[in-house]
Write a new protein. Sequence first.
Length: 165
Amino acid sequence: MNTAILLIGGNLGNRSQNLRRAVDLLDSTAGKVTQRSSLYATAPWGGVDQPNYLNQGLVIQTPISATELLDVMMDIEKQVGRVRREKWGSRVIDIDMIFFNEEVIDLPQLKVPHPHMANRRFVLTPLCEILPDFVHPVLQQPLSHLLEICPDQLPVHKRLPALTK
């Protein structure tokens, strides 16, 4: 069994309902979602003019490989209503694989650990809620320390406890 650490988010439509649907689909098609952070309202990254996001960190136990999980994640994004138009644009749902076990994966379609996660407070904050001591396999630092030194100062606010079924 593999452990994948994901971040889901979106800033269009009924954000909490879209996240819940994505979690339900992950749980029924990719493996068992074993941990979920609270929901966090976050400013859009990169200073772009768009609505705030709602984000949540997840841990999933999955029997499939990282590339198979990526395919499932992209299919779930489509089912929830994502249409890819522009990089870093507004979206109904986004599912990012941040870690897969403690592996380092460098493929054209998949980079794990996520290459920008250590510089993004909206990623680190929800993940630190559920996995503060998880050590980044490349940077060799726990997530809690990466959050302490994160250069990103965009606001991240806890909104709701973890959504459960």
